[in-house]
Design a binder for this molecule. Structure first.
Ligand code: OAD
Length: 252
């Protein structure tokens, strides 16, 4: 693994416009369970019953009770790990242009990343399903669910449910960054949910090097990605950022 981290550090040190695509795996070591795989959320609850926009419209109380409330509690306790901090450090070093994240946890921004595209929106904000007014999730009173807006409408997280479109400005910028980067790092994503899963393909077809960081192979492995660094995000990205910083520091 050491050799692969050194290789990725050399690939990154030679670029100024790398892009990271992150998924739930980067936040596992922050205490947030993933969606798929062992301990995944979709093992316990059926996403079509609680994470589809039709389910939210049909029975908001059930979706709040079975999905949103629990996620808000887990997210409130989570803090960034070495992988989030490593990506922020790579941005500071001038190597990484932006992070495109499928996560709704806000941990990249908490770690200091400045240019973050929240591809699937965010749980930090709620939006009224009637008047569209937004308010921070931390101001919610959850004594009665679903919580309501001043207008009487039902509040929902400002994120993308299954069956909803990716906000067009996020989709356009993510596609543009993917088509223009020299290196794409994919970190902790199963690369199974579209259109996010298309982004590494766009990068690859435009000539970028695609480097995967994941303890397990994914559909990208050996097809779209140039190589997989098999390991947990906190260790790999933390070591990678340190290795890039060392390459950038001239010997004394
Ligand atoms: P998944 O839960 O599908 O995949 C998590 C990935 O993290 C898997 O490939 C794991 O092998 C990997 N993993 C596990 N432990 C890890 C670690 N310590 N470090 C790094 N990687 C690790 O999560 P996503 O790919 O983000 O969408 O899922 C994509 C979308 O599916 C989510 O944004 C969400 C979900 O349904 C919506 O809700 C719209």
């Amino acid at each position: 693994m050491h050799d692969l981290i050194a290789r990725a550090a050399r690939d990154l040190a030679g670029t100024h416009n790398a892009v990271a695509l992150t998924g739930a795996g980067i936040s596992i070591e922050s205490g947030i369970p993933p969606f798929r795989g062992p301990g995944g959320l979709w093992e316990k609850i059926d996403p079509m019953e609680v994470a589809h926009i039709d389910a939210l419209r049909r029975d908001p109380h059930k979706v709040w009770e079975r999905l949103i409330q629990g996620m808000l509690k887990v997210l409130a306790k989570a803090a960034p790990n070495a992988a989030h901090r490593g990506l922020a450090a790579l941005e500071d070093l001038g190597q990484l242009e932006a992070v495109i994240t499928q996560n709704v946890d806000g941990l990249h921004q908490q770690a200091g990343s400045r240019d973050v595209i929240e591809f699937h929106g965010s749980f930090a904000w709620q939006r009224c399903m009637t008047c569209e007014r937004r308010r921070p999730s931390e101001t919610l009173d959850l004594a009665v669910i679903p919580p309501r807006c001043e207008c009487g409408g039902i509040l929902r997280p400002d994120c993308v449910f299954f069956g909803e479109m990716i906000p067009p400005e996020h989709l356009a910028r993510a596609q543009q960054l993917s088509a223009g980067c020299q290196v794409m790092l994919t970190v902790g994503t199963s690369a199974t949910v579209h259109p996010a899963a298309m982004l590494p393909l766009i990068a690859r077809e435009a000539g970028a090097r695609v480097i995967e960081i994941n303890p397990e192979p994914t559909p990208l492995t050996a097809r779209t990605s140039d190589y997989l660094i098999p390991g947990p995000a906190a260790q790999v990205v933390g070591d990678l950022a340190a290795a890039v910083a060392a390459l950038r520091t001239p010997p004394a």
